[in-house]
Design a binder for this molecule. Structure first.
Ligand code: SAM
Ligand code: SF4
Length: 316
């Protein structure tokens, strides 16, 4: 079992399989990321060994992310290989939805059961402002295809003042109609994103009260879950809250082969060479080393704090 220096059990791995992306979301990356040219993707055989070590060490939940993970050829084979190794694993994928329509059935057949789709607006022009692409139709078709394929779908929305902050209620209505869970994610300030202003949990709840009544149900992982009287659930991920990190169970492998113990802080352990060598013992030691560096909490709650971590490399 992996335990960090604050006695937190770490059993959740977020795996970024590429930093490449076909979108350019304002809150995630610059319009022209300078490091896209020198992208050397970690082969899936090497990632599989890393995943096996993590599972052997007690990881029970894995999320594949990016960049855009569906840009990687053979992703379904990788998923199938993980499921063969550990059929009991809780495996999920986060995607911008663009390629989901063509991949949904194959992902389900490979053994994936859950997918989170980023959907920031129901207006084409706002999606374009946010992601620099006119892609609303593709994302909506992807969501429908995932539901039809039997995948459990959640939607991720990052509310940004002046872009989509007036759509919180419409988005919840949309999620309710689709019978999927919506999660509002507070914008996490970082030096690779534009200087945007996100909404915090209090502001999100206040906006939702204009149309809905609801009550707090539970804390589930990083999300605080609320329920409407009809039973529809929604979640808020609020990393600016002082207690957000108290039960953090996450460790990340970035697209560049860094084990990242905290999304905010710079500390990381580089396992690029160790992955090439496929040395399982060295991988396990590196995970433990990274967890010794895992800080008590992020700094997003501090005034004008901004992370230097790039979300498109660590996968959010
Ligand atoms: N490309 C995929 C996607 O967009 O879903 C997966 C990678 S993306 C980095 C993972 C999640 O991080 C997305 O839901 C995205 O909205 C979120 N995200 C990216 N930058 C963020 C930021 N600065 N603050 C909060 N969430 C962010
Ligand atoms: Fe790409 Fe996802 Fe980042 Fe948007 S949030 S730029 S879709 S990696």
């Amino acid at each position: 079992m992996f335990i960090d220096s604050y006695n937190r059990k770490v059993d959740y791995l977020r795996l970024s399989v590429t930093k490449q992306c076909n979108f350019r979301c304002q809150y995630c990356m610059p319009d022209t990321p300078e490091d896209f040219a020198d992208d050397e993707q970690i082969p899936f055989e090497q990632l599989l060994i890393f995943v096996q070590v993590a599972i052997d060490g007690g990881v029970r939940k894995i999320r594949i992310t990016g960049g855009e993970p569906l840009l990687r050829k053979d992703l379904c084979d990788f998923i199938a290989a993980i499921m063969r190794y550990a059929p009991q694993i809780d495996l999920a994928l986060t995607t911008n939805g663009f390629y989901l329509q063509s991949y949904a059935q194959k992902l389900r057949a490979a053994g994936l059961s859950r997918v989170n789709v980023s959907l920031d607006s129901l207006h084409e022009e706002r999606i374009e402002i946010m992601s620099k692409k006119r892609v609303l139709g593709k994302i909506l078709c992807g969501i429908d295809a995932a539901i039809a394929a039997g995948l459990r779908v959640k939607l991720n929305m990052v509310p940004i003042v002046g872009v989509n902050a007036d759509e919180l209620c419409d988005m919840l209505d949309f999620a309710r109609q689709k019978k999927v869970m919506l999660r509002y994610i507070e914008f996490m300030e970082n030096t690779h994103a534009r200087a945007l202003q996100g909404l915090n949990e209090r502001e999100i709840l206040q906006a939702l009260r204009s149309r809905f009544t609801f009550e707090f149900v539970e804390q589930s992982g990083p999300a605080r879950i609320y329920a409407l009287p009809c039973g529809t659930l929604f979640g808020i991920i609020a990393p600016h809250n002082d207690d957000f990190c108290v039960s953090c169970n996450r460790v990340r492998l970035s697209a560049e082969g860094l084990i990242v113990p905290c999304l905010y802080h710079e500390d990381a352990v580089n396992v690029r060479e160790i992955l090439r060598a496929g040395d399982k013992e060295a991988i396990r030691e590196s995970i433990e080393q990274a967890l010794r560096q895992k800080p008590e909490k992020n700094r997003w709650g501090c005034e004008s704090a901004s992370s230097t971590r790039a979300f498109y490399k660590t996968g959010g």
